[in-house]
Ligand binder design. Sequence first.
Ligand SMILES: Cc1cc2nc3c(=O)[nH]c(=O)nc-3n(C[C@H](O)[C@H](O)[C@H](O)COP(=O)(O)OP(=O)(O)OC[C@H]3O[C@@H](n4cnc5c(N)ncnc54)[C@H](O)[C@@H]3O)c2cc1C
Length: 509
Amino acid sequence: MNDEKIKSICILGGGTAGWMTAAGLAKKLESLNIEISLVESEQIGTVGVGEATLPHIRYFNKTLGLDEAEFMKATNATIKLGIEFCNWGKLGDRYIHPFGDFGAPIKDVDFYHYWIKLNQQGLAKRLSDYSYPIVAAENGKCRHPSENIHEIESTFGYAYQFDAGLYAKYLRAYAEKKGVHRQEGKVKDVAMQPETGFITTLTLDDDSTIEADLYIDCSGFRGVLIEQSLKTGFDDWSQWLPCNRAIAIPCESAGRIDPYTRATALTAGWQWRIPLQHRTGNGHVYWNEHISDDEALSQLLSNLDGKPLADPNQLYFTTGKRKKLWNKNVVCIGLSGGFLEPLESTSIYLIQEGITALLELFPDKACRPSDQNEYNRRMDLQFDRIRDFLLLHYVATQRDDSPMWQYFSQMTLPDSLTEKINAWTERGLIQRYEHGAFLPPSWVAVMAGQNLIPRGFDPRVNALSDQELNSQTSAIADAIEKAVSQTTDHMDFLKLIGAAIDETKRTRT
Ligand SMILES: Cc1cc2nc3c(=O)[nH]c(=O)nc-3n(C[C@H](O)[C@H](O)[C@H](O)COP(=O)(O)OP(=O)(O)OC[C@H]3O[C@@H](n4cnc5c(N)ncnc54)[C@H](O)[C@@H]3O)c2cc1C
């Protein structure tokens, strides 16, 4: 029976996905004495982007036992309380999608239902004024969430903005300390078992070989094992998310270092701005049918905070996912499994979900179809739901000022997204689901932020008199204003927790 147990795992790829996987498996499988190796090629390199994360990463780091301040210093990390979206609903609009709630439930009914009624009466403040993380972000402040659930400062989470290359390096040191063996080299040949199609051996360019029971393909867009060898197939989602290129460039920081990412909608795509401690990351994601690479670069360069710090990094991609993320004895994690554009910073989250699902379903050598199916079902749901959430940003809009926006205004949506939008616009209902990155407040933030305001609300709201409605909602906004006035400035907070880098490492315009 013991012969059936996995004794060796080979991870192909040493980008963020490879080293997160190596660190996660080394930690969680510690007691099983499995030999874990990782092959990467410096000659090929990594994709070199990916700086904004979701709050879930804190749980990943915690599982590994990382010290927050040390990790933040090592990766030049800042705090991220949400994403500011500019020009999405219409030109001139802006709103923040926060990592946290709006207000707090009143008599078991979500706060936003009260806001809808108040808004219909013309008495509501901005929905944002009832969100602690939004008001804190707008004022450049942050703190750790309170553990007292009765305090308004407990109603949020936070993520990080960091240098993903440095994160991979940090995790490499962690994984190697736990016994992961790194091998430099380029895979030039892959051998498979003729009857089962399972991968048996990788041959590197120096003719050395690696054999393992289970392979994790973290080889990036190439999908060396999952696609080039196993021909698994790809679901192309370009009809929904047609942006297919990006140019990234870091620049010097200027002014306040914001505890949030910014995504500004342009004519044929959008631009990101991610403030780190030592510099700002920027990029333009665009649809090449409607803008040339030169024009995309020139739009990007005209919107930088400060002097560029490197040459532009041009990237090409197709939105979609592998038909199976686990096929035979290969599990693909990271860009080899698929890519959804970085509008909501979901790729590193998907890496984390892939690692978690693999650990929960950790197989023996047989890699049974039932394990594969369950893994693929879970990951498919994750991808589907993120796709819908990203698409929402493009279709909940009044913009029609360029061919790209006109394309979205005529699009037939996936049924799942149509249902979600209808439930919201008719009666303020957000359908909840079991697996998925985005909870109801995220959907509320984007829909309301892009001017999709419901006609109805939960009838239980009417149990409150107009006077009670006014006083209870005002009390929440006042409590938030007061709490934010007492919250520390972002950079002071980093100093306070020991996460600030040396001043000399900062680049400032
Ligand atoms: C424009 C853009 C912006 C993004 N922004 C974000 C963001 O803000 N937040 C976020 O969460 N994610 C973001 N991402 C995604 C993020 O960059 C990736 O998910 C993350 O970097 C993981 O990449 P990876 O490790 O899968 O692939 P890669 O970084 O490409 O690494 C692949 C590895 O495989 C190795 N390799 C490949 N072929 C071979 C071979 N034949 N032999 C040996 N080794 C091989 C390479 O050497 C490398 O080590 C963004 C992606 C893009 C394209």
